[in-house]
Design a protein around this ligand. Structure first.
Ligand code: FAD
Length: 483
């Protein structure tokens, strides 16, 4: 092993949505960020149905809206469910919430190979040093127990030690490094489901204007997701109870077709379709043991974001939302600690409590939603009870919860129009490397617009808590102390 590599403020492990997001938001503040990704992108990943909070909040703050529009991903207006006591499918639209209107009332269904590439390229464009095909094999700890760096293996020689003031573990469900923070993962008994999934060409679409919706259909053995990824490509997955484990050990192709035949609405949509058998979409994959929560998300020198910290269940597509929201929260904490304006333990506590709160809202709602003996109205009421003093009308609470904006975090709702109006500069000019300083300023203005004011007007979410700063990328103490 040679000399340690030094000089980084932050090392991020993993280049999925959570890693790219936290790296970009920290680099935008002028800090030196290294992101290490073990694969060569584009690489396959599941998690294709996004929420408005991600697309219109985080992605706009990241500055990738145009790139996403160019990718022409199907536009998701909401969800269509054959679920609960109602035999007929029912549909919700994000636009039902008064907080979401026009463009902000939709999300995308994404081909993750392209989506993750867009976010990673954008991290590079914002000054993050990205190295692919480098695996982090461990972390380095000093005599006080503080994490001070990582050990890497690029397959070409001895392991390298890379030091940084902060290490962010964004390495997803396969993370090994998470073990150094917050004890073991606790697996949820309730969500011990497994999924069997593949891709089809030529599946039917729901009638307009809902053709980009996710279709979720409960049936005897579990439920199906049916996600349009282009005009012709569809992601189809069966989420099954753990008892089905033996069945997936056999012929996966046969089982997938048997399950489709058990579920009339999915069978109908796939009547004319053929399964993709070549390329990255050609495999029938299985995932299980996905639902877990760590006891702690932080320790001195290290923070867990995204799936490295927790994941609940595929229903309602909260994964990328939690991943990118946690990345924004972590970036605020890191930026604040690097600036030295608020103490470390307060910054870490703020990150962890907000991330846990969002996790809990989804967790509690998803538990209720798996009770399929209810009708839509009772799910809407449940959403209203869980999200507390949100919208007045239960159906609006439901839409805000499943749209990822139950926290009413401004940055998730309308990073949108106000930001664009204020920033309004020439995007091509701003993306030139020599204009990075200007870009940073542009982004600062944009972000400032998105959070709509300054710390004086913000109220903490817990006693003694912090609030987003005026630039939206740090924490600040609230001007008025609340009890
Ligand atoms: P990841 O996307 O997993 O990225 C982690 C990255 O870290 C990877 O690129 C990996 O190669 C890299 N890495 C790993 N180890 C190392 C290492 N040691 N060194 C360097 N790099 C490393 N979410 C949704 O939002 N919508 C959905 O519809 C949805 N459907 C789902 C269906 C199923 C069956 C499952 C299981 C999950 C689903 N999810 C969904 C969840 C979604 O997949 C994840 O929440 C999301 O991908 C998490 O993002 P991340 O950035 O934290 O991790």
């Amino acid at each position: 092993e040679g000399e340690p590599v030094t000089g980084y403020d932050v090392v991020v492990i993993g280049g999925g949505p959570s890693g790219s997001t936290v790296a970009t938001f920290v680099a935008m503040q002028g800090h030196r960020v290294l992101l290490l990704e073990k694969e060569k992108f584009p690489r396959y990943q599941i998690g294709e149905s996004l929420l408005p909070s991600t697309v219109n909040g985080i992605c706009r703050l990241l500055g990738v809206s145009d790139a996403l529009a160019r990718a022409a991903f199907p536009i998701k207006r909401g969800g269509t469910f054959r679920w609960g006591r109602n035999e007929e499918p029912w549909t919700f639209a994000f636009g039902l919430s008064p907080l979401l209107s026009g463009d902000s009332a939709t999300a995308y269904q994404v081909r993750r190979m392209e989506f993750d590439q867009i976010l990673l390229d954008n991290a590079r464009a914002n000054g993050v040093e990205v190295r692919e095909q480098v695996t982090v094999t461990g972390v380095v700890e000093d005599e006080t127990g503080r994490i001070t760096g990582v050990l890497t293996d690029d397959g070409s020689g001895p392991r390298t030690e890379i030091r940084a003031k902060w290490v962010v573990d964004a390495s997803g469900h396969t993370s090994r490094t998470h073990r150094h923070v917050g004890g073991e993962r606790h697996y949820a008994e309730f969500f011990r489901n497994l999924a069997l999934f593949g891709y089809f060409e030529g599946g039917k679409r729901l009638p307009a204007p809902n053709s980009g919706n996710i279709l979720a259909a409960a049936f005897r053995s579990g439920w199906f997701w049916y996600i349009p990824l282009s005009d012709t490509l569809t992601s189809v997955g069966a989420v099954l109870r753990p008892e089905a484990l033996d069945r997936v050990h056999g012929d996966r192709e046969k089982l997938l077709h048997e399950l489709i035949a058990e579920c009339p609405i999915i069978a109908d949509h796939l009547r004319e379709a053929r399964r993709v058998t070549q390329g990255p979409y050609g495999e029938i994959r299985v995932r299980k043991d996905w639902s877990y929560l760590k006891d702690g998300f932080t320790r001195p020198g290290m923070i867990l974001v995204g799936d490295a910290a927790c994941f609940i269940d595929p229903v309602f597509s909260s994964g990328v939302h939690l991943a990118t929201l946690s990345a924004l929260l972590a970036a605020r904490s890191i930026n604040t600690m690097l600036a030295g304006t608020v103490g470390e333990s307060d910054c870490l506590a703020e990150f962890e409590s907000r991330y846990r709160r969002e996790y809990q809202v989804f967790h509690d709602f998803l538990v209720a939603f798996y009770d399929t003996n209810q009708d839509e109205d009772s799910y809407f009421w449940k959403a209203k009870r869980i999200s507390g003093d949100g919208a007045a009308v239960p159906a609006e609470s439901f839409v805000e919860l499943v749209g990822g904006i139950a926290s009413r975090e401004q940055a998730l709702i309308d990073a949108v129009d106000r930001a664009v109006a204020v920033a309004g500069e020439d995007r091509d000019l701003l993306s030139a490397p020599q204009m990075r300083g200007v870009l940073r300023e542009g982004v600062r203005v944009q972000v400032q617009a998105a959070v709509g004011g300054n710390a004086d007007e913000q109220v903490p979410v817990r006693p003694g808590g912090l609030v987003p700063s005026a630039d939206g990328m740090h924490w600040a103490r609230p001007a008025v102390v609340t009890s």
